[in-house]
Design a protein around this ligand. Structure first.
Ligand code: PLP
Length: 461
């Protein structure tokens, strides 16, 4: 059923691992070369496939623009379709965002957002502002800078000697893991004070604060306490720190609102976007910039010191417009909110009685399941068990593709899943997902010594 990739030319993560071979996608489903099918509950890796697979309108928009004009010399020309796209993007954004820029993906969006924050301070004579505040247990991309300001210890560890010890990290906001007996309000107060202390300890040094509105792969759809972001934003405003919302996973309707930050009464200064912006049909990312920041840059007379081969190209604009047509025309933000609520309830119904379920959380079609070895104490499974990876493998045998991850507890321990299916998911598919996931978790619990990778995973037919 599965195939070794030992002779593959991939530089792959695990040379010993085998994978089923996927050959086609349609809607929320993936099909392997043996006729097996899988519900794409992670939305590719991850939270990408907002429109599902095989969308003919996007394919046509892509093909037509490729025939018309894919790229052009951007140092000599600008193109109307790109300008039209920026108008659409900014209309889709929260109010107050007046400038946009596109690149090829999420890491580039984050890098460019940080560079823009540096430039914002530099043009005002504040070159000492060179530090970014990020949070542990967050992910902002895979370049050295993005890893550095992110907080996934496992991903950073190989490169820490290349990181300049410039950037700063705060505690994540994960109410489920607050200290035993502490109220949510006290927990939030503590996190806000931590930021205040950090800013006070580094006067005139902080350029930007970056956070995922709801933390995706690093914490399994962990949202903040009720007024956390409002309070963080007001500290940033008071100190003129550029607040960057990493909306790479949470943008474009994923959480049941256009952008994740819209749940929390603050819209940040810069939105870093990718993934759902193109639904996976082309590598695409974007920056959306609040007017005050954009004006300061404009008044300096300098261009934005960025620009890459695939910045602001017509091909990406055509796909981006078609994606927005689909999201808006088919009411997919609303569907994410409604089917997301339905799926969350289905997960509670199907998984709630299993002893390893710590918390089911998230918003819209951006949901997470945190596993525990003991519900009363919230004790995680031993790391060596790789429980989330076991569930990933066993769920796949039941035809459900999920993303299992670690690091929920103390940055390294703890297991969780991220669920981010296409925004076109319907209720029958939500039920199927919850049932299949239950079967996978039950298998993993029954055989904790069973396979924790995909060696024996095969498709359900
Ligand atoms: C929140 C967040 N930011 C940034 C990135 C990096 O995006 P990309 O993989 O497109 O470079 C990711 C990718 O998973 C992400 O989840």
């Amino acid at each position: 059923m599965s195939y070794r990739v030992l002779n593959s030319q991939l530089i792959c993560a695990d040379y010993e691992r085998s994978y089923p071979w996927i050959v086609r996608g349609e809607g929320c489903w993936l099909f392997d070369d043996r006729g097996g099918r899988y519900l794409d509950a992670s939305g590719a890796t991850a939270a990408v496939t907002h429109l599902g697979h095989g969308n003919p309108r996007i394919a046509e928009a892509l093909a037509q623009q490729a025939r018309t004009l894919a790229v052009h010399p951007t140092h000599l020309f600008h193109s109307p379709i790109v300008e039209r796209y920026f108008e659409r993007l900014l209309a889709f954004a929260p109010s107050g965002f007046t400038r946009a820029w596109t690149i090829s993906g999420g890491t580039e969006a984050v890098e460019n957002a940080v560079k823009l924050a540096f430039q914002y301070h530099r043009v005002q004579g504040r070159g000492s502002r060179r530090r970014v505040i990020g949070r542990w247990s967050s992910y902002h991309g895979n370049s050295i800078l993005a890893l550095d300001i992110g907080g996934m210890v496992g991903r950073r560890s190989f490169y820490t000697d290349l990181m300049p010890e410039l950037h700063l990290h705060l505690s994540p906001c994960l109410p489920y893991r607050r200290p035993e007996g502490q109220s949510v309000q006290d927990y939030e107060d503590g996190l806000v004070e931590e930021l205040e202390r950090c800013v006070a300890q580094h006067p005139d040094q902080i350029a930007a604060f970056i956070a995922e509105p709801i933390v995706g792969s690093a914490l399994g759809a962990a949202g903040p306490t009720p007024t956390y972001f409002e309070r963080i934003a007001s500290i940033c405003r008071a100190h003129d720190i550029v607040m960057i919302a990493d909306e790479v996973m949470t943008g474009f309707g994923r959480t049941g609102k256009n952008f994740g930050c819209e749940h929390f009464g603050t819209h940040a200064d810069v939105l870093a976007c990718a993934k759902g912006i193109s639904g996976g049909y082309i590598p695409l990312g974007a920056l959306l910039v609040r007017d005050e920041i954009a004006q300061t840059l404009r008044e300096s007379g300098d261009p934005f010191f960025s620009g890459q081969t695939y910045s602001c190209i017509p091909l990406a604009a055509a796909v981006g417009i078609a994606v927005l047509d689909e999201i808006e025309g088919r009411g997919l933000v609303q569907n994410a909110a409604e089917t997301g609520d339905y799926l969350k309830q289905a997960l509670q119904d199907h998984l709630g009685d299993l002893p390893c379920i710590g918390e089911i959380r998230g918003r819209g079609l951006f949901l997470g399941v945190e596993f525990v070895a003991d519900r009363a104490t919230k004790e995680p499974f031993p790391s060596a068990l790789r429980f989330s990876k076991r569930v990933e493998a066993s769920a796949l045998r039941h035809g459900i593709a999920v993303l299992g991850a670690r690091g929920t507890v103390d940055r390294v321990g703890g297991d969780h899943l991220l669920l981010a299916p296409p925004l076109i998911l319907d209720r029958a598919e939500a039920d199927h997902l919850a049932r299949g996931l239950r079967a996978g978790i039950v298998d993993a619990l029954a055989d904790p010594g069973g396979p924790s990778d995909l060696d024996s995973a095969g498709a359900s037919r």
